[in-house]
Design a protein around this ligand. Structure first.
Ligand code: BDP
Length: 338
């Protein structure tokens, strides 16, 4: 029996709603929450969603069930975020990039060349800064529950190796639906094309775009490497991922259940990081074995990339600048970054 959100019941009709209410009571008020995920079943974040669901089910003695809809079954990221806002979908796991269109402060977590590496990023996300950034989601009627790892993003394309920003001059590069990612690609001299994730493969194949950017696991699981076989390890950004729940869904829960969900989500993070690290290594190996031309980190002029993106830091609003400074202060010496 499912006790769905009002918006969903509005869609399925009053008769079903009345039947459902009866069922909810009969089931001892079982609560079902739907969680949308863009990645396929065997991706590390999807595994973590299931682990989160398992923890919630176990800790609530089966009273709260989270149904995971992976592989974009409920839509592409931006549309899903909107549906979570209206309460038609209860939860989703998304990248900070598209979420920052709803809560601009989040851009401070995804600035280019911001973190020294995964350890620095995780120190930040687990610190007060990370908690405060989850709290900022409440401005937009979301509740932020946790963070997941998404590695480092790098450019890949159909044409040539990218060692220096000049090598991508004029290329049409797909970006997530994010102002910051558009500005980043533009600052590097290429042409940003925002597009849903699920459309990128055919856009690469038909030449609508020349390239895109992502981490090893996404480049692998989408098979983009088959049609865009030049991958440059420029690692321009680390973009954390977040699980959000609709404020409407959260408000319908008891304080005790809210706490249970918050804790289970936070506890699923270690599991995700472990799965991420294993899958990232496997994806890299499979891509290299497939004969992709990988431009190694030492062959990339990282300084040239950093210099080109400096204007993005210069025009940061005051509040985001403050967050960036706190993040940089957590980096181990010697300090890197623009
Ligand atoms: C992947 C993220 C996913 C994004 C996707 C993208 O995990 O949430 O939607 O990139 O580029 O790394 O759209």
């Amino acid at each position: 029996m499912t006790c769905r959100t009002p918006a969903v019941w509005a869609l399925v009709g009053a008769a079903a709603w009345i039947a459902a209410l009866a069922g909810c009571a009969a089931d001892g008020d079982q609560i079902v929450l739907r969680l949308a995920e863009t990645h396929p079943r065997d991706y590390p974040t999807t595994d973590a969603n299931y682990e989160f669901a398992r923890l919630v089910q176990e800790r609530s003695d089966g009273r709260i069930r989270i149904e995971v809809y992976h592989s974009s079954q409920l839509g592409e990221e931006r549309g899903v975020i909107e549906q979570v806002l209206f309460g038609a979908i209860d939860m989703t796991r998304v990248s900070v990039s598209p979420l920052a269109s709803f809560v601009p402060e989040l851009d401070a977590l995804q600035m280019p060349f911001l973190y020294d590496g995964p350890d620095h990023m995780w120190e930040v996300l687990r610190s007060d800064v990370g908690r405060e950034m989850l709290d900022t989601l409440e401005q937009a009627d979301f509740v932020g529950l946790n963070y997941y790892d998404s590695g480092a993003r790098s450019f890949y394309n159909t044409r040539r190796e990218i060692r220096h920003p000049d090598d991508m001059a004029g290329m049409q590069i797909r970006v997530q639906e994010s102002r910051l990612m558009m500005d980043l690609v533009q600052a590097l001299g290429a042409v940003p094309t925002p597009m849903p994730f699920g459309e990128v493969y055919s856009a690469l194949q038909t030449g609508v775009i020349d390239g895109a950017e992502n981490n090893w696991p996404s480049y692998f699981s989408t098979s983009h490497y088959e049609v865009a076989p030049y991958f440059s390890l420029n690692e321009h950004s680390r973009v954390p991922e977040v699980t959000i729940i609709s404020r409407l869904a959260m408000d319908r829960l008891s304080e005790e259940d809210r706490q249970l969900i918050r804790e289970a989500a936070w506890d699923a993070m270690d599991y995700q990081i472990e799965r991420w690290n294993a899958f990232e290594a496997e994806a890299e190996q499979r891509i290299r074995d497939a004969g992709v031309t990988v431009t190694e980190r030492e062959d990339v002029d990282v300084d040239a990339f950093r210099k080109r993106v400096q204007p993005l830091y210069d025009r940061l609003p005051e509040n985001q600048r403050g967050i960036v400074e706190r993040i940089r202060a957590m980096a181990g010496p010697p300090a890197e970054g623009p």
